[in-house]
Write a protein that binds this ligand. Structure first.
Ligand SMILES: Nc1nc2c([nH]c(=O)n2[C@H]2C[C@H](O)[C@@H](COP(=O)(O)OP(=O)(O)OP(=O)(O)O)O2)c(=O)[nH]1
Length: 156
């Protein structure tokens, strides 16, 4: 897992000193009725371009996680989500930023998937065939595996 450290929420960040402020990010784990989950690739021009992740993005000033997730998923993949079910929060210390990822499960939405930033997308299952997976998205695969009683490696 080069270039990023997963740290327990509340721990002091590895680099940048105590003033390094975490950037809040809302992330959606879209679940199809058959259990498949949506992965999207990071667009060109962003850090970790081409890596697979769960769709989402940074909170804007004054937004809640759910509001940001609703906005980001509409802007980036063209859908309008129903409820966002808060799931887990994870702090990841990247060289480019310390990010606090708020993962939400999303089971219902309207609209057709439309990759508006030139991303690729895949309905994935365990073990995930897509590669490489963004370091900050890997724990989600472990959480899904634990929930599902899936044994072994989560990536092929
Ligand atoms: N969307 C998403 N971001 C993740 C995941 N895991 C992970 O570490 N991240 C990190 C990567 C980035 O540092 C940060 C998200 O920032 P971003 O640059 O993609 O957000 P954004 O779409 O708002 O981008 P921009 O408006 O600044 O261009 O969160 C994940 O599964 N999904």
């Amino acid at each position: 897992m080069s270039g990023a450290t997963l740290v327990a929420d509340g721990d002091r960040p590895r680099e940048g000193g105590p003033d390094r402020k975490a950037i809040d990010v809302a992330v959606g784990v879209l679940l199809a009725t058959n259990g498949d989950f949506l992965l999207t690739s990071r667009p060109e021009g962003k850090v970790y371009a081409g890596y697979w992740e769960f769709p989402g993005g940074k909170l804007e000033a004054g937004e809640t996680v759910e509001q940001a997730l609703r906005r980001e998923l509409h802007e980036e993949i063209g859908i309008v989500i129903a409820a966002a079910e808060p799931w887990r929060v994870e702090l990841v210390d990247y060289p480019h930023a310390l990010v606090r990822l708020s993962f939400c499960k999303v089971r219902a939405w309207t609209g057709q998937l439309e990759m508006r930033e030139g991303q690729r997308f895949a309905w994935a299952t365990l073990p995930v065939a897509q590669s490489p997976v963004l370091p900050g998205a890997l724990p989600v695969l472990d959480w899904l595996a634990a929930e599902r009683g899936f044994p072994g490696a989560t990536c092929a």
